[in-house]
Ligand binder design. Structure first.
Ligand SMILES: Nc1nc2c(ncn2[C@@H]2O[C@H](COP(=O)(O)OP(=O)(O)OP(=O)(O)O)[C@@H](O)[C@H]2O)c(=O)[nH]1
Ligand SMILES: [Mg+2]
Ligand SMILES: [Zn+2]
Length: 341
């Protein structure tokens, strides 16, 4: 048995790997630090160098020195949790690769920010993974569960307490393959991860530290298998901001209730602002849909469209640069040929 079996190795990855450089070694990245990473291979954990990879990636490694491997290739990702980076660039950061299920942790001991939950869900739908909402710390507070469910149509919602163990088994029934834990700092991701693992694999914060602002207990993304279950957990640091981008489809999945309502609007291109016969506005009037949710739907669509246009602009300027370079080298070539003649 290979150590990789516990990390989700299947025929798909073996086939993809066979297409790559002979002489390389198959591995899965379990942890990334600046420019270096740990990967599990058939021979156990090895250290690698290379910056383009992230936790969860399946990689081809080339032996470099006795204890170091070089990143030869990244196998095509099946899913990628990507968030827009802060600032003006249109770059994204990959938070986890080849994740099948994402547990979004929402703590019951703080006020729930529904808009933020919708952002997390959009991030997950956009990645290709399936979201599950875990209400954490159910022993120490109550959340408006109905409101939360209304924010997550089509998503399983589980109440859990890592402290008492309540809801852990039922949460497990919704998990498949590689499972990432995401959510704000202090929401109990690592503690929940340990409860799922039934051991203390992830470092967790103490209550005092969780109260003090800006303190993040988990600083690295880390992949840990749950033995003999086929599940692998990816614990992640708390996210302060979640910029969404990439696909309108992800927003549509998060707000599938609004999309469904919109099918009944009188006009096919209804913007649900003040059009007559708007089924979405009628739902707000009747109390079926909150104005807050409709507002956030519009906001995420706008944000998404902006990110897409930024991305297109960058692609255009790259093309232009490429073109300028080619015409410059052509000019040089012709100039050289003229000299010869
Ligand atoms: N009462 C109670 N407290 C919990 C539970 N789960 C987590 N906590 C507490 O919540 C605090 C934060 O837990 P962590 O698991 O470290 O939170 P995290 O989401 O991993 O935080 P970061 O790593 O900073 O992103 C700790 O003080 C935990 O003891 C629970 O089920 N019940
Ligand atoms: Mg943590
Ligand atoms: Zn409408």
């Amino acid at each position: 048995m290979s150590p990789l079996d516990q990390y989700g190795l299947d025929q798909h990855w073996l086939t993809e790997f066979e297409k790559l450089t002979p002489g390389s070694v198959l591995g899965r990245v379990v942890r990334v630090d600046r420019g270096e990473f740990d990967a599990v291979t058939g021979d156990g954990i090895v250290r690698g160098a290379g910056t383009r990879t992230c936790a969860g990636d399946w990689v081809a490694l080339r032996p470099h020195s006795e204890r170091q491997f070089l990143l030869a290739d990244i196998l095509p990702r099946r899913t990628a949790i990507e968030r827009a980076c802060a600032g003006s660039s249109s770059e994204t950061q990959v938070l986890g690769a080849n994740v099948d299920t994402v547990v979004v942790a929402v703590a019951s001991d703080t006020t729930v920010d529904l808009g933020r939950v919708e952002r997390y869900l959009t991030l997950v739908w956009g990645s290709g993974a399936v979201p599950v909402l875990a209400i954490t710390k159910a022993d120490s507070g109550t959340v408006a569960e109905d409101q939360l469910r209304a924010c997550a149509p089509g998503v399983a919602v589980c109440r859990t307490s890592a402290l008492s163990g309540d809801g852990i088994d039922s949460l497990t029934t919704h998990l498949r393959g590689t499972v990432a834990l995401i959510g704000p700092s202090g929401s109990g991701k690592s503690t929940l991860g340990n409860a799922l693992l039934d051991r203390s694999a992830f470092v967790t914060g103490d209550t005092r530290a969780a109260d003090s602002k800006g303190r993040h207990t988990t600083t690295h993304r880390e992949l840990v298998p749950i033995p003999d279950t086929g599940l692998t957990l990816l614990d992640t640091p708390g996210l302060r901001s979640v910029g969404v981008q990439g696909s309108e489809d992800a927003v549509a999945s998060t707000f599938s209730d609004i999309e469904e309502l919109a099918a009944s609007c009188r006009f096919g291109d209804c913007a649900h602002v003040h059009e007559p016969g708007c089924a979405v506005l009628a739902a707000v009037d009747s109390g079926e849909l909150t104005a807050r949710r409709l507002g956030n739907y519009r906001k995420l669509l706008r944000e998404n469209a902006w990110a897409t246009s930024r991305h297109d602009a960058r692609a255009r300027s790259e093309k232009l640069r490429e073109f300028k370079q080619i015409s410059k080298s052509l000019r040089q070539k012709y100039a050289a040929e003229r000299k010869v003649r």
